[in-house]
Design a protein around this ligand. Structure first.
Ligand code: HEM
Length: 118
C-alpha cells in the first residue's frame, strides 16, 4: 500500500457512510435502502487507488469516478456535505501524518472535480 492500510481505509468508508445516513440531502441520492454496499464500494475503491488489492475493479469494473458520478446532480452544497462527513470520518480513524494530509488533499480535489451543477 502506498498509503494507510487496507483495514483503515475500509473503516474510513464505513464511518463516512454513518454520516451520510444521517444527512437527508446526501442520503436522498442513494437508491438503496441499505448503504452497506455503498460503503464497501468506496472502501474497495480507496484501497485500490492507494495501491492495495484490486477488489474494486474485479467487483465493479473500471474505476472512473467521473463516469460513475455523472448520473447524480452534484452541487457545491453536496460537495461540501460530502467533504464534511469525510472530515469527521477521518478524525475518527487513526491514519497517521503525512498520509492523513495527503488523503485529505486528494479528497478535496476529487470532490471538486465531481461537481457538475452550480
Ligand atoms: C462530491 C460529492 C459526492 C457526492 C454527492 C457523491 C455521491 C455518490 C452517489 C450518489 C453514489 C452512488 C451510490 C449508489 O449507486 O448506490 C456514489 C458512488 C461512489 N462514490 Fe461518490 N459522491 C461524491 C464524491 C465522491 C468522492 C470525492 C469519491 C472518492 C474520492 C467518491 C467515491 C465513490 C465511489 C467509489 C462510489 C461507488 C461507485 C460504484 O462502484 O458504483 N465519491 N457517490
Amino acid at each position: 500500500m502506498r498509503l494507510a492500510s487496507e483495514s483503515l481505509l475500509m473503516e474510513l468508508a464505513d464511518r463516512f457512510y454513518v454520516g451520510v445516513t444521517g444527512d437527508d440531502a446526501l442520503r436522498a441520492m442513494y437508491p438503496d435502502a441499505d448503504l452497506t454496499a455503498a460503503a464497501q464500494h468506496l472502501g474497495w475503491f480507496l484501497v485500490e487507488f492507494w495501491g492495495g488489492p484490486i477488489t474494486y475493479s474485479k467487483a465493479r469494473g473500471y474505476p472512473s469516478l467521473r463516469i460513475r458520478h455523472l448520473p447524480f446532480p452534484i452541487t457545491v452544497e453536496l460537495r461540501d456535505r460530502w467533504l464534511a462527513h469525510m472530515r469527521t470520518a477521518m478524525a475518527e480513524v487513526a491514519i497517521d501524518e503525512p498520509d492523513k494530509a495527503k488523503l485529505w488533499r486528494w479528497f478535496t480535489a476529487e470532490a471538486e472535480a465531481l461537481v457538475n451543477l452550480p
